[in-house]
Write a protein that binds this ligand. Sequence first.
Ligand code: FAD
Ligand code: SF4
Length: 469
Amino acid sequence: MDKEQRKHATSMAKQDVLDRIHNFYEVALGYTQEQAMAEAERCLQCPNPRCVQGCPVDIDIPAFIKEIKEGNFLAASAKIKEKNSLPAVCGRVCPQENQCQKMCVIGKMGDPISIGRLERFASDYERKMGVNIPDKDVAPVTGKVAIVGSGPAGLTVAADLVKLGHEVAMFESLHLAGGVLMYGIPEFRLPKEIVQAEVEYIKKLGVDVKTNYTIGRIFTIDELFADGFDAIFVGSGAGLPRFMGIPGENLGGVYSANEFLIRVNLMKGYLFPEYDTPIRIGKNVAVIGGGNVAMDSARCSLRLGAEKVYIVYRRSREELPAREEEAENAEEEGIIFRLLNNPTKFVGDESGWVSGMECIKMELGEPDASGRRRPVPVEGSEFMMDIDTAIIAIGQTPNPLIQRTTEGLETTKWGTIVVNEETGAATKEGVYAGGDVVSGAATVISAMGAGKKAAKGIHEYIKKKKGGK
Ligand code: FAD
Ligand code: SF4
């Protein structure tokens, strides 16, 4: 392969935009075998691979890419699974552009290697072949661990601990395991069948997944200890929606993104009346926020039949926190971006339904604590938008149930659990935590990275507790 060829990434097919805005099927279609091998061919197999430094779960990236290049697709998947138990999920939703791919040396002269697409290809290949690689040498059971929450953090801790020989029970309050992967991210970005296949893999490793168990209600953390668990990992996420606190937020037709996406995804509102979840979407929908949650809400609204869907975001395109790929997909689909605008109030009609949203124009001032330029209102620039549905997607905080029902668990003023960053140990003996409940709303791979650290921390703790065995 010459230098010029190496510069360009192999493109991946997508569903045609005019079709996909009317359905919930997956937008990105994945690589064919030939495309995957061609992309793998571009990798330089660096002796000191910078891409691995950018991977929070430390996947041996050049090694799995080499297997793909040589046509050993199952071996590629096995290599990834040494470090990552959710590869089909990560290959689809991880912000690789800010992690492994950002570090890839080829990025200096052209497009970085499409590591995420290759990861997706290998894991999809394995799933289609019906081969789920079982773990061979599981050590004898040493400890008994409870995991609270079955999102990416909990699933990672669970998989790593069973592989280390512990008995693991996972408690999930919803009826299906997967956390945000099931209830938040829509089908057209992450098919639920794929999430469940990865949950099945973790069950096959030996994790006992118990759904419909809300810890803090059915059992408290202390009751779990009394029941014989040696350690408990809290991965309860950040599922509590934030609101803006502006007039009219309680009007009909104003949703939190959480409620909206749960109804659409987990309760299959998009398949109404086949599924019994009616969801009323108007003609003119405003989604407030600029992250992945906002993009997902906007794109779901469009697919549910809205005529005009606006993203209303108080900063500029440059600061948009959503993945670039998803913002581009949203634009392609016809979502209208109203940037540097911020809502100030909602107004309603005589039946109490939202009929308009007053906004104010913003400009960017000096950088704030996050390093991004602070949005400042432009005095006297208020204007009205005609809308009949609003979806608020300005962030989430942790649900306080575990924190409130557990003595000795230190939390921050944002309700996140305080932990030792290296081990994931919380301030109460035997309790560990990680993922969004510690960091606040973040990413799948950062939750998994925290899960890996906590699994090591728990393993060491149990070994010590049991006298170093
Ligand atoms: P979660 O995934 O939130 O899982 C926590 C689980 O704990 C939930 O299933 C919850 O029901 C359960 N639980 C809570 N309390 C209890 C209790 N008391 N007892 C038992 N169970 C409990 N990240 C990306 O990297 N890429 C993306 O494209 C992306 N898109 C997103 C789109 C949306 C709509 C949302 C909401 C988030 C998105 N994220 C994305 C963020 C990512 O999904 C989260 O950072 C990640 O899921 C956090 O994992 P977690 O395991 O900490 O928590
Ligand atoms: Fe391959 Fe890029 Fe990693 Fe080097 S940095 S091994 S080229 S993916």
